[in-house]
Every structure is written in C-alpha cells, then in structure tokens.
Design a protein around this ligand. Sequence first.
Ligand code: AMP
Length: 196
Amino acid sequence: MNRIAVYSGSNYGNRTDYQEGANRLGRALATRGIGLVYGGSRLGLMGEVANAVLDGKGDVIGVMPKGLFPKEAAHPGLSTFHETEDMPSRKKRMAELADGFIALPGGVGTYEELFEMLSWAQLGIHAKPVGLLNVSGFFTPLITMLTHTVQEGFMKESHLKLFCVADNPDELIAQMIHYQPPALGVKWKQLTDLQR
Ligand code: AMP
C-alpha cells in the first residue's frame, strides 16, 4: 500500500481524543512509508493528520478545488499540491491517487467522501479497502445505522464487509493491508428474484 486518502473534519471536534487520533494516524502512516492523500487544508483534523505525516518525514499530497475554500485554509508546507477544476474532479483525483481510504471523525464533508467510496465499492467501481478509525467510538452510531440499513432490506449483509473498523491506526492499517473484497453478487434483490 503506497498511499492512503484520509477524509476528516475541517474542525477539531469537541474532544482532544479526535486530534490525538488524527495525530496517531499521521505518525503511523509516516512510520510505514505510506503517503497521505487528503483535501489540502491546514484546518482542524485535516491539518493535524497532514502535520503528523510531515513531522514523520512522510509524503503528503493535497488536492483542492480551485476557489472553493478560502486561500488561507490551504496548507503551505505540503510535498505536493494539486488544484482541480471542481469538487467532483477533486474526489476522483484523490480516489485515483490512493490505494485505500480512511475516514477520521468529521462532519458531512467527511461523510460524503466516505460514502462515495463505499458506494463505489459496492458497485465494483473500485476494490480498495475503506477504513473507519473509530476514535472514541465516534463511528459506532454510523455502524449501527448501516446494520439497521441491512435489517430493513436496503443493503446486503455481505456489503458490511466492504469496510474495516478499528479504534487504533496500527490495527486499522493491518486490516486494510490484508483486505479481501467480498463477493459482491447482485445488489438488487428484485433482479435476483427475476433471475430465479
Ligand atoms: P467536514 O467533515 O464537513 O469538516 O468536511 C471535511 C471534508 O470536506 C474534507 O475531507 C475535505 O475534503 C472537505 N473540506 C471541508 N473544508 C475544507 C477546507 N477548508 N479545505 C479543503 N477541504 C475542505
């Protein structure tokens, strides 16, 4: 695994644990020689994870859309900075550059990116590992929601295996390195019924 894209809050959140979790993830990436791909900001957990990788002498690629965020939000010290035309091309570029994806705690921007990668995984558009770094149980309610989604018949149970979960970066990265994509089968029960 050469590079991982990290999606994370552009705020710090209300617990110091979140900042500490982002810092530990950045250090774990640098120690393993895994490059960071991220949104290019110096704000919040985004800035924290980038600084931790840079402190560990790791490689950091920032990918930002032109003009969408204030100029002063951009991190000034990255190894490489890419500017894209817009948000969709930014997300596509990040996905192409990375061999896997990790979500740290964050807001709807983080969720959007995480769910896009999960949705692409269940459609077979990519077969790369997606990981949730469950710092202080932040993602537990989201995992409960996904289990509920399966119980209510809107998601296949096997698709819960499309993401890895751990509360520490070492375990999460190890799971992602050994990730084997589940057999996807047909996503739509109605089509499976028709084929009988
Ligand atoms: P949020 O979780 O709502 O704070 O949004 C974080 C995600 O949205 C990041 O992973 C970025 O891709 C994007 N994002 C939000 N704010 C910024 C910013 N100031 N600079 C660059 N990207 C941002």
